[in-house]
Design a protein around this ligand. Sequence first.
Ligand code: FPP
Length: 260
Amino acid sequence: MKRDEEKLGLYFVNPPEDVSLASIDLDRVPSHISLIMDGNGRWAKSRGLDRSQGHVAGVRSLREIITASVRLGVDCLSAYAFSTENWRRPQEEVDLLMALFANTLLRELPLFHRENVRLRFLGDLEGLPETTRDTFREGLDETASHTGMTLALAVNYGSRAEIARAARLVAQDVATGRLALEDVDEHAVASRLYTRDLPDPELLIRTSGELRLSNYLLWQLAYTEFYVSDKFWPDFDRWDLLRAVGSFQGRDRRFGGVTS
Ligand code: FPP
């Protein structure tokens, strides 16, 4: 993705001691970065705040990471916002998150326009409250013509359900003769996932020190590099993103082969 060098320099000005833009190879920034934004609740608790305030602070972090990713020239940023398992949270928190998603999305539309960000969703939007779903559709329509970074938000998303859905679609196409049994291969499955036209993530970042995938992109993360930050998501900032990218660039990616 094309970068605006001047804006990039201005966004990463005054770095902390251990990291700087100069330490990053801008030609090797991951094209798809994915986020598991964990720790909003604990962040709030550690400050004597309500969990809801943790989610509000989490939106601020996401906004910063969206802008930082655009500046770095990332092609796709995806983020796990709400899992199919998150419906088990207290109703009050679920309602708050659904309202927060809708409000945030509308409020951030100017940012998406300014930064040329194209929005999409991963997950079953039919299962969302109507107002949230309508707002999401508006966001999709409003950003459909944008040609910059793709922001893929996983909402009401579960990876096993996604793979089961793809299997159902494959079976349906085989049953109706649209797909030959011999043609059921990795591509046939991948092209029926929510991520069908997105590249697999090159880098997955999870915050709050947890070492779990939590039913997130199980298929797509097959060869992804993981970076775990001990910070709670609301504390994760542009410098942490640079740290993650720096760590990624220090890895030797072999994709099951040998070092070249
Ligand atoms: C995990 O923290 C975070 C979430 C379940 C919500 C993340 C959502 C956002 C940051 C807002 C995204 C905005 C849009 C528009 C989609 P947690 O509650 O699991 O924290 P805990 O593990 O400390 O309890």
